[in-house]
Design a binder for this molecule. Structure first.
Ligand code: MSP
Length: 648
């Protein structure tokens, strides 16, 4: 029987667009899902959005929208961000889905009817008064406050007293502790298991499952004057998505028989390691197998927060480093289980060192040599020498090590292992110096060396595929793969000799173009871009004064020439004329307009922006375009007006 593997991310709040904190967890889950699929396991990768609760309700009110409108808007951002990062989820759950809402009603109803071992009601009515932080969506204690403010959100909590229903947590704590100690509910890394056991030692109070004052939520079936507390609505997404309440077969297949792993950040430990399993125990349902708790990152030493203006959005990184580059950089800054700091400085260095130099170079030199020395076809190996055998051993042995790290959720060690193989292959090529073999007309040896290089590259393209899916697909295309063989398997990675000599290869473009340090940090770019994007892509009425608005200089510009930006699929470099002034701008329209279509168009640009360096090119302005899903349409004028005309 094949193993079934189910991996989940937290479902993210939709009061805002996704940031790179949420992106990192999602990328990690994607890497795990892709590896398990490659290992031939039936895999279910679940992510989604947490949409009810006061946080969304209040934000929507502030923006003059309904909660539903705000949810739909931001879910769009999440889905687009995950698409741009190549996230291969199997199911995207929304807590406002009718299917999920029905499952919650059923679950609440069952909890209400359930009794503990001592015959007590699992759910009982009480009164709760406490300090409630809207940012956290939870009650917090006086001692958590710093200067009267929630330390995470820098806002004053509200005192709330209300009639609530409570979950009798105390009845499940002993049983839960035993399960955790025996690793039947495995909590990793070890220190997070200890932290949970420590929490269980404290007197944990029963938690309230409902809210009287929050109207954006799911009404309790046994008392519709109250809505389900957002966490009680959110946690069961992990089962509603696999058929709890409406598809017993699917539910059995994944929740009961699959190996279920929740990936979470350390901020939501207690909800996942204590509340959620206790709810499942009360329902008589199986527990997840493992909860992996990863660390948090800061940005240049600071917590990422809107107030500090240092929130980074994933699309900024995708634009700067490409989809795979962004995935790689977000994963490799520090070990996944630990806390760490993200420093923009290190991003460019790491990208250039690992991706542009080590991997990019390996691909380009290997295939270029096959192109020039072997007529562009995979050569025939003859006798292997010990240097060949050493590399073959390392290459075919790599997948076991990588797979072992993946099962341990040591994603960084897995990546290090693959990078080690990349570096060994580069060293091998340097030592064997195919260029000298050509000079000496030692063609037999040359062919063997290049065959060994290509085969190792094939293995690397398989092992790196879960981390760099786009570029590895390209490497495999270059190596002459097509059809089903394009999708790598773990099995293929420990076999030697899969590439057939005589297969035509292609000469690569630069897979990872080197980057310059721009001096302008992504943090700044990200922040500015986020504001633009919101104005451009949504109906959110951002408050801008007439005075501020009148500072923007919109002009008609004529496109004189256009060309693709090397190595950037989305960008075009345009020469434009604003009246008599010539300028160059870089615009992200290449997927929607060819250079030929752009030439001669009269477009609208923002003419008084500070120049920005994009892919090493200075862009002096920004064009306006409307986006509707996958459609991008330039803003043009419906009467012919002179280039340079001011738009007011
Ligand atoms: N909606 C709840 C989760 C419900 S799950 C049933 C929630 N949402 S959230 O949008 O705030 O996302 C929290 C998660 O985002 C964290 O657990 C973590 O995975 C990720 N991160 C948010 N900020 C982060 C960092 N600064 N660093 C690393 N991960 C971060 O909580």
């Amino acid at each position: 029987m094949t193993t079934r593997f189910m991996v989940t991310t937290p479902i993210y709040y939709v009061n805002d667009r996704p940031h790179i904190g949420q992106a990192r967890t999602t990328i990690a889950a994607d890497v795990l899902a892709r590896f398990h699929r490659m290992a031939g396991e039936e895999t279910f990768f679940l992510t989604g959005t947490d949409e009810h609760g006061s946080k969304v309700e209040e934000k929507a009110k502030k923006l003059g929208m309904t909660p539903r409108e705000l949810c739909d808007l931001n879910v769009g951002y999440f889905k687009r961000a995950w698409e741009s990062l190549n996230i291969s989820y199997d199911y995207f759950v929304r807590t406002t889905d009718v299917r999920h809402e029905k499952a919650i009603v059923r679950l609440l109803d069952r909890l209400y009817k359930a009794r503990t071992k001592n015959g007590e009601e699992v759910i009982y009515q009480g009164e709760y008064s406490g300090l409630y932080c809207l940012g956290c969506e939870k009650f917090i204690t006086e001692k958590d406050l710093v200067n009267g403010l929630c330390p995470d959100h820098q806002q004053e909590p509200k005192r709330i007293t209300e009639k609530n229903y409570f979950f009798r947590l105390s009845s499940y704590l002993k049983q839960l502790e035993d399960l955790i100690r025996r690793d039947e509910l495995m909590i990793t890394p070890e220190e997070k298991k200890r932290e949970t056991l420590g929490l269980l030692k404290q007197e944990l109070e029963d938690f309230s499952i409902s809210r009287e004052k929050v109207s954006w939520g799911i009404p309790l079936p046994f008392d519709p004057s109250q809505n389900a507390y957002v966490w009680v609505d959110a946690l069961p997404n992990y089962i509603s998505a696999v058929g709890y309440g409406d598809d017993p077969e699917q539910f059995k297949k994944w929740w009961k028989e699959g190996k279920v792993i929740h990936l979470i950040g350390k901020d939501i430990l207690k909800f996942h390691t204590i509340f959620w399993p206790s709810m499942l125990l009360a329902l008589g349902e199986a527990l997840p197998n493992q909860i992996f708790v990863h660390g948090f990152f800061t940005i240049n030493g600071q917590k990422m927060s809107k107030t500090l203006g240092n929130v980074i959005y994933p699309e900024t990184y995708v634009e700067l480093y490409g989809s795979d580059g962004a995935r790689y950089l977000l994963l490799t800054q520090f070990p996944f289980g630990q806390d760490g700091d993200i420093q923009e400085e290190r991003f460019v260095e790491k990208y250039n060192a690992d991706l542009a130099n080590d991997l990019g170079n390996l691909v380009s030199r290997t295939l270029k040599m096959v192109g020039s020395y072997c007529d562009g076809t995979i050569p025939q190996a003859s006798v292997y020498e010990s240097s060949d055998e050493n590399l073959i051993r390392e290459a075919t042995g790599c997948s076991d090590l990588v797979w072992w790290h993946i099962q341990e959720i040591s994603i960084n060690q897995a990546i290090d292992q693959i990078m080690k193989l990349v570096r060994s292959t580069n060293r091998y090529i340097e030592n064997q110096a195919p260029w000298t073999l050509v000079k000496n007309n030692n063609m037999e040896r040359l062919q063997t060396v290049l065959y060994v290089s290509c085969e190792t590259l094939r293995i690397i393209s398989a092992l790196f595929y879960p981390v760099l899916p786009q570029k590895c697909t390209r490497i495999r295309e270059l190596l002459g793969f097509s059809g089903e063989d394009m999708i790598p398997t773990l099995n293929e990675a420990n076999q030697w000799g899969r590439l057939k000599s005589g297969t035509k290869v292609s000469i690569p473009e630069s897979l990872f173009p080197r980057l310059e340090k721009t001096g302008k940090s992504a943090i700044k770019v990200g922040y500015e871009k986020s504001k633009e994007a919101v104005v451009e892509e949504s109906n959110i009425p951002l408050e801008v004064s007439y005075d501020e608005f009148s500072k923007i200089d919109f002009r008609v510009a004529e496109v004189k020439s256009a060309e693709k930006v090397k190595g950037a699929d989305k960008l075009l470099k345009l020469k434009i004329e604003i009246g008599t002034e010539e300028r160059e701008i870089v615009a992200g329209v290449a997927e929607h307009y060819t250079p030929e279509e752009m030439v001669g168009k009269k477009i609208v640009v923002v003419a008084n922006l500070q120049p920005a360096k994009i892919r090493g090119i200075e862009s002096n302005g920004m064009l306006l375009a409307a986006r509707d899903g996958n459609i991008l349409s330039l803003v043009c004028l419906d009467k012919d007006v002179k280039g340079g005309s001011k738009i007011s």
